[in-house]
Design a protein around this ligand. Structure first.
Ligand code: PGA
Length: 255
């Protein structure tokens, strides 16, 4: 069966010492909480990955991930970080296509397909983000937007490669706004995403794909969200910066 994952996206927050403390606290607090089919993933700024990777190695089912990578394998791209570099510091995952990357850095589905390819080639599992803006939802275009993000970003993969992709539905209007999608709204889209996967890859792949919800997820709303049939955990921004809030979300799986 599919994995349940709570992933923290620290974005451009924390400095080194505070980041190491936060991650150490998280590891200690989730030690007895993550069971066999569950995983905790922390995605810090890339400069902290190596140190956090050393700590993560001590704890089964706790892993680290990058927040982005470059679309090329290597070369003259000053200031950029490759998927293979991220993998080489013991990271297992990389977030791709976060709405902030799409919005502020102009990342398109086409570019993200390239990033997906280099990530998988390097042995990283992409946490591939999709989701509509408020205008798109209000105009009723949300299903089409999500279909296109899937079709152009990840559905070029064969089934074997796609099995390494985690999806994250993050409605842009819910990210960092304090407005969460209702459990029903989120479940409606998650079921739609799973159906799209089923049409592309068949039942078994669809049933095994982890689909996370992201957008103002916190310890209060996580229980109802995670109780939905097609929601397999969360991608957590703001609440991942506080060890108690983040681990309380992790604990929702077993409560
Ligand atoms: P948020 O961010 O939890 O702060 O809304 C989620 C995300 O951007 O992944």
């Amino acid at each position: 069966m599919r994995k349940k994952i709570v992933a923290g996206n620290w974005k451009m927050n924390m400095e080194y010492t505070a980041g190491v403390s936060l991650f150490s606290e998280v590891i200690n607090m989730v030690r007895d909480e993550v069971r066999g089919d569950q995983e905790v993933v922390v995605c810090p700024p890339s400069i902290f990955l190596h140190s956090l990777g050393v700590l993560a190695a001590q704890q089964q089912n706790v892993n680290i991930g990058g927040q982005n990578c470059h679309q090329k394998e290597s070369g003259a791209y000053t200031g950029e970080i490759s998927a293979a570099m991220i993998k080489s510091v013991a990271a297992e995952y990389v977030i791709l296509g976060h709405s902030e990357r799409r919005q502020y850095f102009g990342e398109t589905n086409e570019l993200l397909a390239e990033k997906t390819n280099v990530s998988l080639k390097a042995g990283l599992k992409p946490i591939f983000c999709i989701g509509e803006t408020l205008e798109e939802r209000n105009s009723g275009a949300h299903f089409d937007i999500i279909s296109a993000q899937l079709a152009e970003g990840v559905f070029h993969l064969d089934a074997e490669s796609f099995a390494n992709v985690v999806l994250a539905y993050e409605p842009v209007w819910a990210i960092g706004t304090g407005v969460t999608a209702s459990p029903e709204q989120a479940q409606e889209i998650h079921a739609f995403i799973r159906k799209q996967i089923e049409e592309r890859y068949g039942d078994a792949v669809a049933a095994n794909t982890t689909i996370l919800y992201g957008g103002s997820c916190n310890p209060k709303n996580a229980p109802e969200l995670f109780a939905q049939a097609d929601i397999d955990g969360g991608l957590i921004g703001g609440a991942s910066l506080k060890s108690r809030d983040f681990t309380d979300i992790v604990k929702v799986f077993n409560s």
